[in-house]
Design a protein around this ligand. Structure first.
Ligand code: 13P
Length: 263
């Protein structure tokens, strides 16, 4: 399998693989706790270079943290508010997410963009806020079916990447992950072909190379999301610029998620 490498003083470093489960608005606290307990048992060891994260709903984060704390499983929030604190009824800040035990946060998921009015500019402000709090952001990008059919995929992706990362430094990029999730592949059972994913991932890496240089680009994890399941994960992961997966539906089932993690 082809993999990208970075060479520095310490030797050769491979990009770590991240498999993250985005639970969206599913699972009560008891269900989340049960899942976390079972997952922790299944994932007491992981293949070299592989990271695993789960993103429960806000209400379950603290309870799940108590279970997976000290394990190999990382905790991720699904969203955050850009402000540090304030009169924002119903919102959650980066510091609160850290407080609940998270190391990662998903930012700019297409459901947030299409259903909750998030823009490239607000995604960028959330990225800044997450980084300032020491969280590792997973920034989601992806074109809609209409944009793909109109031949706008590359311009949409370029705009989302550049605007989302605006004003971030090379040091910030060391903890950023980009998730390419074509909107037409989310929850539809319609996965992008491995070649379609590779084409966009390579394009994203090219944009990051142009902005930050090849050292940053060569170590940036770019993960794929959209109808990932145990049957298609290996083919997707065989692409040289695919460094992991952001899994929705299939991450709600321990057996399926473990199969994906151990592809
Ligand atoms: P599905 O895996 O259910 O298509 O969802 C993908 C997704 O949106 C992950 O963030």
């Amino acid at each position: 399998m082809i993999r990208r490498f970075r060479i520095d003083e310490g030797g050769v470093h491979m990009i770590r693989t991240l498999i993250a489960g985005n639970w969206k608005m599913y699972k009560t606290i008891p269900e989340a706790v049960d899942f976390a307990e079972r997952l922790k048992e299944e994932l007491s060891t992981l293949p070299e270079g592989r990271d695993v994260a789960i993103a429960p709903t806000f209400t379950a984060l603290h309870a799940v943290s108590g279970i997976i704390g000290g394990s190999l499983i990382k905790l991720c929030a699904q969203n955050l508010h850009e402000a540090a604190e304030g009169a924002f009824t119903g919102e959650i800040s980066a510091a609160m997410i850290c407080d609940a035990g998270c190391s990662h946060v998903i930012i700019g998921h297409s459901e947030r963009r299409t259903l909750f009015g998030e823009t490239d500019a607000s995604v960028n402000r959330k990225m800044q806020s997450a980084l300032a709090a020491g969280l590792k952001p997973i920034m989601c990008i992806g074109e809609t079916l209409e944009q793909r059919e109109c031949g706008e995929t590359f311009s949409v992706i370029e705009r989302q990447v550049k605007a989302g990362l605006h004003d971030l430094g090379a040091g910030d990029m060391a903890v950023v992950t980009i998730a390419y999730e074509p909107v037409w592949a989310i929850g539809t059972g319609k996965t992008a072909t491995p070649e379609q994913a590779q084409e966009i991932h390579a394009f994203v890496r090219g944009i990051v190379t142009a902005v930050y240089g090849s050292d940053v680009a060569a170590t940036l994890p770019i993960i794929y999301g959209g109808s990932v399941n145990p049957g298609n994960i290996s083919a997707i992961m065989a692409q040289p610029d695919v460094n992991g997966a952001l899994v929705g539906g299939a991450s709600l089932d321990v057996d399926k998620f473990v199969k994906i993690v151990r592809y």
